[in-house]
Design a protein around this ligand. Sequence first.
Ligand code: ADP
Ligand code: ADP
Ligand code: MG
Length: 458
Amino acid sequence: MIQKVLIANRGEIAIRIIRACQEMGIATVAVYSTADKEALHVKLADEAVCIGSHLPKDSYLNIENIISSAILTGADAIHPGFGFLSENAKFAEICSQCDIKFIGPTAEMIRMMGDKAKAREMMIAADVPVVPGSEGKIADVVAAKETAKKIGYPVMLKASAGGGGRGMRIVWEESELEKAFLSASSEASNAFGDGSMYLEKYVQNPRHIEFQILGDAYGNIVHLGERDCSLQRRHQKVIEEAPSPFLTQALRESMGEAAINAAKAVNYENAGTIEFIVDAKGNFYFIEMNTRIQVEHPITEMVTGIDLIKQQLNIASGEKLTLTMDSIKLKGHAIECRINAENPHKNFRPCAGTVSQLHLPGGRGVRIETGLYEGYKVPPTYDSMLAKIITYGDTREEALAIMDRALGELVIEGLDTNIYFQYQLLNTKAFKEGSFDTSFIEKNLEEILEQGVGTDAE
Ligand code: ADP
Ligand code: ADP
Ligand code: MG
């Protein structure tokens, strides 16, 4: 049994994990950078250790300091949250060498899925449909041109080590390929220390639909239904919902089966997500597996009634999954809006500042995940996500109406936010009707930004 967990993260996800531990009677250790001394996760944990300066490489990515803190405080497990070290195989390995349980899959599983080009090959072997593309990595521009010609334009160049929508380029014709290859590859090598690339057919106007997976150490694997994350900007999610308004029951079942097969291919343990893109005809393709808890996990919790963080802790303690596909029942509808510190009218430029006034919505069907409090100074150093507003209703219409009024109640003063943008997006005709794809925001940005709520934009 796990007695004490060190949370190697910050912000709302660190708080989410601390809360789950508290409910389970597990002691908690927060770690923080010098920029996060006053952060809420530090105040809520039983103990807190400063692990370095504001720079992620000196603190939240500083493996040595994090492991020392765990040993010093007697933590027997580390939860990595998302981002930072959550998909770092070396970190998972070092944890186990130090006899600290890494709450997630094994280093080997992270390695297999973290190399996206290799993951594609494994999925092909497991009969999971992938987007037509290169066999493994492509060596150079010449090889990229050859492969692109074979599969036909448009294509998408993607970084094997990629994440967060970075290291990715759409290429419409051969003349654009060289420049795109070089810039994507250098972006990837700066961001991930690995510039290797692979190539996929660019699927036009797809939906992004992903399946939540849980697996235990005994080979049991279940899925908890899907999340539709098609509303994206720069390949990053903006609003997510569960279930998907696009899926038929038949498609849901065959995608769920494919997701389980994908996870079985690596004998997956702990929580993970299989991401697919789905074209207008309902053809679906695996794009990647995220071997960690995801930002949007609460919407799955709302429609299944299952606490995913507690499941992670139980699995990491060596418990058998008690969930079976028959026992998992989806009920109602949940939506999540990501509230970011950014200015939608200035190309979504991120900002920092002091929260001078804060009012968080409440009432039936509203769940808030945030590290904000009045007077809190949002540092300029980290991800711009400030809060997640999650609403739950019996139907999609109800969840939407609750979100509409919750966003209306939400007040965050002192810095720029995308609250009103979310409100505008929610009130587009396309969103209300559930008919949108991953390019919707980019294609309709002007209209969305101009839209007064209550009128319809396409
Ligand atoms: P995906 O990688 O499919 O977009 P998520 O939507 O779960 O998956 O987003 C995870 C991303 O969140 C990370 O890639 C990272 O850019 C970002 N992130 C990392 N750490 C934090 C944090 N503490 N708070 C908010 N966002 C973070
Ligand atoms: P990341 O690791 O950065 O999350 P993904 O491979 O999950 O990268 O892709 C992120 C997003 O980019 C997807 O949700 C989708 O919107 C878009 N995308 C990725 N691959 C393709 C493709 N082959 N065709 C069209 N869109 C794609
Ligand atoms: Mg992804």
